[in-house]
Design a binder for this molecule. Structure first.
Ligand code: ADP
Length: 235
């Protein structure tokens, strides 16, 4: 029975991946046609607006499909850890520098508080995406005058990373659902986003044999904690 369920789950995952993959080409073609009519110089204002809208929607769909495929690939990699060493202290500092102007534009302070050497084994690009997604959410869901702090420390054989914000928080009943694909909490559905960021973060953390947890108080803030095996222990 368990084998049959496992087989069904695997088949469903493969089917979703195939659909996502097959959708990419027609959407790219639709985008191309819309872009051509935008640049032809022959379109009326009304047609230009429709074409511009089509290009934007196609970009959104392509981004969504690419993220879904990226999640599947990260999940598939779970057993094979890259031998490459990555210093998470640098990843965190670089990400904070990148996001600081966006945060400051919104009136949110972004602080990085990391040690000098937080080495893990893994894929640099994945780990950068993981941190970027957590910071992006923290800044997005924190109103002006708030603070986002990204801290990293090494504790025995673990690297512990905390992304803490003073934002809108997450209701207790929604916490178990936020890592599901496409899930968005009631309070954030009116904002842009597709609900794939945390699924991606979780897939990357697990692919690196780590864990992620969240604690949150509505209207006070949230803390996402990621623990990863340090490079000296992961093999
Ligand atoms: P997205 O941000 O695109 O909606 P995510 O998968 O990154 O998707 O997050 C899922 C949901 O979890 C968000 O829609 C939001 O409701 C909630 N969430 C994530 N991070 C935070 C945060 N730092 N503070 C408050 N809510 C958050």
């Amino acid at each position: 029975m368990l084998d049959r369920i496992q087989k069904l789950v695997t088949e469903m995952k493969e089917m979703t991946e195939n659909i996502a993959h097959d959708l990419r080409s027609p959407i790219t073609r639709i985008r191309g046609v819309a872009e051509m009519s935008l640049t032809s110089g022959k379109a009326t204002d009304e047609h230009e607006a429709v074409a511009g809208n089509t290009v934007e929607e196609c970009d959104r769909l392509l981004e969504m499909i690419n993220t879904m495929l990226y999640i599947s690939r990260a999940e598939a990699r779970a057993e094979k850890l890259s031998p490459q060493e990555v210093n998470m202290a640098e990843v965190i500092r670089d990400a904070c520098e990148l996001f600081r102007p966006v945060a400051e534009d919104k009136g949110v302070s972004l602080i990085s508080d990391v040690g000098t050497d937080l080495r893990v084994r893994g894929e640099l690009q994945d780990l950068q995406r993981m941190i970027a997604n957590l910071i992006d959410n923290a800044v997005n869901y924190t109103p002006p005058h708030g603070v986002v702090t990204v801290a990293g420390e090494s504790n025995h054989k673990l690297i512990i990373i905390r992304v803490e914000d003073t934002g809108i928080g997450i209701a207790a009943h929604e916490i178990p659902r936020i890592f599901r694909r496409f899930y968005r909490c009631d309070r954030s559905r009116s904002q842009p986003g597709v609900g794939l960021g945390l699924s991606l973060v979780q897939a990357i953390v697990q692919a690196h044999r780590g864990e992620i947890s969240v604690s949150s108080v509505p209207n006070a803030g949230s803390t996402f904690t990621v623990t990863l095996p340090s490079a000296s222990t992961a093999s």
